[in-house]
Design a protein around this ligand. Structure first.
Ligand SMILES: Nc1nc2c(ncn2[C@@H]2O[C@H](COP(=O)(O)OP(=O)(O)OP(=O)(O)O)[C@@H](O)[C@H]2O)c(=O)[nH]1
Ligand SMILES: [Zn+2]
Length: 228
């Protein structure tokens, strides 16, 4: 499909997606998801497929052989899945699953599986995330914690930002007395290439409120994360 790109006049932070025209001259908005229409999604898949076709040809493969014929489209769908977090917002994920509850004891959801894409090499990093918080008269539907992890990890990321974004999200929606997030991940960019350290793991944490100020609270969190 022929498309014509129009230069976006907004700063990077304010851009909601660069404008494109489809072959009928209709304006299309791509990326940063919120308003992606079906038409638009199709265009996005086609553009990414054509980029993958280029990659396959550029590495010297025969893109017309049977096994590779549908690969560009499959790969496009796969990367759209890996980055589906751009199409969601915190409010859409949490909806109204915030409940009044008179508890102030630690809530911990641990070992949440996480798959993300390293923004430097576009290869996966994966591992597990543990999220704890100290409620302040409100609790969050438990599945929403895993959904928040999913939303931020399905984007191009660095592990430290992912860790902070999860903590910030909990802070924003619950205003708890404290939030603690720990991410333990294996980066394929350090395993399959580069330094090739197969067993290395990266651990990052983000402590807010009482987890930051009170060592005992922090210790309890780490103890529960490590225990079986
Ligand atoms: N802090 C941080 N660094 C990351 C993450 N993922 C990848 N990196 C690093 O990003 C850096 C990019 O460094 P460059 O020197 O520009 O790239 P490079 O030549 O491919 O680096 P090498 O991986 O050392 O071969 C590397 O050190 C990666 O290990 C992450 O989640 N957090
Ligand atoms: Zn990397």
């Amino acid at each position: 499909m022929e498309t014509k790109k129009i230069k976006c006049d907004k700063t990077k932070e304010n851009c909601n997606g660069h404008l494109q025209l489809d072959f009928n001259g209709n304006e299309l908005k791509i990326f940063n998801g919120k308003e992606i229409s079906e038409n638009n999604k199709e265009l996005q898949t086609k553009e990414i497929s054509s980029a993958y076709l280029n990659i396959i040809n550029s590495i010297g493969e025969d893109s017309s052989r049977q096994g590779l014929l549908k690969t560009p489209e499959r790969a496009a769908k796969a990367i759209l899945h890996f980055t589906k977090g751009y199409n969601e917002t915190l409010q859409e994920v949490v909806k109204d699953a915030i409940f009044d509850e008179n508890t102030d004891e630690l809530v911990l959801v641990k070992d949440i599986e996480m798959f993300s894409l390293c923004e430097h090499h576009l290869v996966p990093f994966m591992g597990k995330v543990s999220v704890g918080y100290l409620p302040n008269k409100k609790v969050l539907g438990l599945s929403k914690i895993a959904r928040i992890v999913e939303m931020y990890s399905r984007r191009l990321q660095v592990q430290e930002r992912l860790t902070n974004q999860i903590a910030d999200a909990l802070q924003e929606i619950l205003n708890p007395r404290g939030v603690a997030v720990i991410v333990e991940a294996t980066h394929m960019c350090m395993v399959m290439r580069g330094v090739e350290k197969f067993n290395s793991k990266t651990v990052s944490s983000s402590m807010r409120g009482e987890f930051r100020t009170n060592p005992k609270t922090r210790e309890e969190f780490f103890h529960l994360v490590k225990s079986n």
